[in-house]
Ligand binder design. Structure first.
Ligand code: AMP
Length: 213
């Protein structure tokens, strides 16, 4: 089944998605990563995207849709996708439904990681990501893990868009634009809400229960 992992930036979607990928052979499709990849490649599209992301705004639905369709149409990913950070507004939710239908797929679970603004701010400001293995750690909370990190701590870097001003702007954008999508999904039978401030392992367990059904 395909899964949507929902929650404001910093809710722990990336960490949980990594776990599902590793243990259930899923493919994580993060629109944020797809967009950052365009920036890295320094394409014309990438330059345009960089400006939008640095302001904490949303990239246009058309751009996101093009990048996303490339993943949905890939047979290797069929029914094994975790959508991370997508859909972010109602139009994207409709596009997703259409695109999945076109490729004979659907959404099996919608998991919402619910976390307060206070916690999210702390998490985003301290977040560091390993350039080599993609592991996410927090410089305020994970001292031991940072020291012992297998790839070496020199690979642990802050994301360019992780600072207080951008963090709050991203949270506000989320609340304003993504909340309606959440309301839209919350009535569906596939919707599950999990307290995202719980221990990572506890959340993993709850998600595993959902995947077993
Ligand atoms: P994320 O890595 O999911 O936190 O996304 C980082 C940034 O990429 C966001 O703040 C947006 O500017 C942009 N972005 C990511 N996903 C989407 C999306 N589905 N629609 C529009 N913009 C997006």
């Amino acid at each position: 089944m395909n899964i949507i992992l929902f929650g404001p930036p910093g809710a722990g979607k990336g960490t949980q998605a990594q776990h599902i990928v590793k243990n259930y052979n899923y493919f994580q499709i993060s629109t944020g990563d797809l967009l950052r990849n365009e920036i890295k490649q320094k394409t014309n599209l990438g330059k345009n995207i960089e400006e939008i992301i640095s302001k904490g705004d949303f990239v246009s639905n058309d751009i996101v849709n093009i990048l996303l369709k490339q993943s949905i149409s890939n047979l290797k990913f069929k029914d094994k996708i975790i959508f991370d950070g997508y859909p972010r507004n109602l139009l994207q939710a409709e596009n997703l439904k259409k695109n999945l239908f076109e490729f004979n797929q659907s959404i099996g679970a919608i998991v919402f990681l619910n976390v307060s603004r206070d916690i999210i701010e702390k998490r985003i400001i301290g977040r560091i990501i390993c350039e080599k293995c993609n592991m996410t750690l927090n410089e305020y909370l994970d001292h031991k893990e940072i020291e012992l990190h297998a790839c070496g701590k020199e690979f642990l870097k802050k994301r360019k868009d992780d600072n207080f001003k951008i963090a709050t702007s991203r949270y506000d954008t989320y609340m304003q634009k993504t909340k309606p999508v959440l309301d839209f999904y919350s009535n569906s039978a596939e919707f599950h809400q999990i307290d995202g401030s719980l221990e990572i392992q506890v959340i993993k367990g709850k998600i595993e229960q959902i995947l077993k059904v």
